[in-house]
Design a protein around this ligand. Structure first.
Ligand code: NAP
Length: 255
């Protein structure tokens, strides 16, 4: 959608998006900001945070940028503390960080890689919500970023896919635990040509074959993912919780 046609559903809201200095996380933060939210962005590197803050500010977006490696407890605490100090509340949390340290078959994956996958993709998502929960407002909203790989973990992304499957269950469980005050939903993106996916999408043959698996005959964009996330986080989705929205151009996922 053209930026000038975007609405203002997040006026007065405060939204935290993790891993948000580029790619899908950045577009989600940008979308919330363009719709009126104060956004809190973060990632591991100060330089990336500074650059992303500048890009958002140039569009008139109110933004706080912090360094936060999601598996660093002190940095996660600081993310929440600074948000509260500056904005006083949290309306939306998008848990977007993920790692894919191995392309090995599951039974060939090193224990250290299994630990990292669980830690970054699942455990820290839980710990972040735990830290944020005392500050979440009535009608607040959590969105987890899973993956199309959650439904049928592909070869080469198998264990990563399994951690993304875990997020579907986490969404269901937390929706029950956190309702009625907070809704919890999930977005499962198809393939999007970002830095994270470039080892797949930069390969011409692989890219073509991925495009062919979609009904829309194209890969996704970061803006496609931001639009779906913003819908789920907005009051327009006020009777939707515990759900996963597949945003994958018709790539087979589930009935
Ligand atoms: P990306 O473009 O590579 O961006 C990753 C962002 O995360 C960067 O801002 C990076 O900045 C930050 N980051 C990386 N590790 C981090 C950590 N441990 N703690 C905090 N920040 C971290 O990735 P993306 O494709 O947008 O992926 C975002 C999410 O979408 C992930 O959950 C991924 O699994 C999911 N997803 C992606 C695709 C796809 O095809 N791209 C498909 C399905 C699902 P720094 O380097 O400064 O930390």
């Amino acid at each position: 959608m053209e930026k000038s046609k975007i609405g203002r559903r997040f006026e007065g809201k405060v939204a935290i998006v993790t891993a948000s200095t580029q790619g899908i996380g950045f577009s989600i933060a940008e979308r919330f900001g363009l719709e009126g939210a104060s956004v809190v962005i973060s990632s591991r590197r100060q330089k990336n945070v500074d650059e992303a803050v500048k890009k958002l500010q140039a569009q008139g977006i109110e933004v706080l940028g912090l360094v936060c490696h999601v598996s660093n407890a002190q940095q996660r605490k600081n993310l929440i503390d600074q948000t509260i100090q500056k904005y006083g509340k949290i309306d939306v949390v998008v848990s977007n960080a993920a790692a894919n340290p191995s392309v090995d078959a599951i039974l060939k994956t090193q224990e250290s890689a299994l630990d990292k996958l669980w830690e970054i993709n699942v455990k820290t998502a839980i710990l972040l919500i735990k830290d944020a929960s005392p500050h979440l407002t009535e009608g607040s909203s959590i969105v987890f970023i899973s993956s199309i790989s959650a439904f049928q973990p592909p070869t080469g992304l198998a264990m990563y896919g399994v951690t993304k499957t875990a997020l579907l269950g986490l969404t269901k469980a937390l929706a029950t635990e956190m309702g009625p005050r907070t809704r919890v939903n999930c977005v499962a993106p198809g393939f999007v040509p970002t830095h994270f996916a470039e080892f797949i999408t930069n390969n011409e043959t692989m890219r073509k074959s991925l495009e062919e698996t979609t009904s829309l005959k194209r890969l996704g964009t970061t803006e496609d993912m931001a639009a779906a996330t913003a819908f789920l986080a907005s009051d327009e989705a006020s009777y939707i919780t515990g759900e996963t929205l597949v945003v994958a151009g018709g790539t087979p996922s589930r009935l």
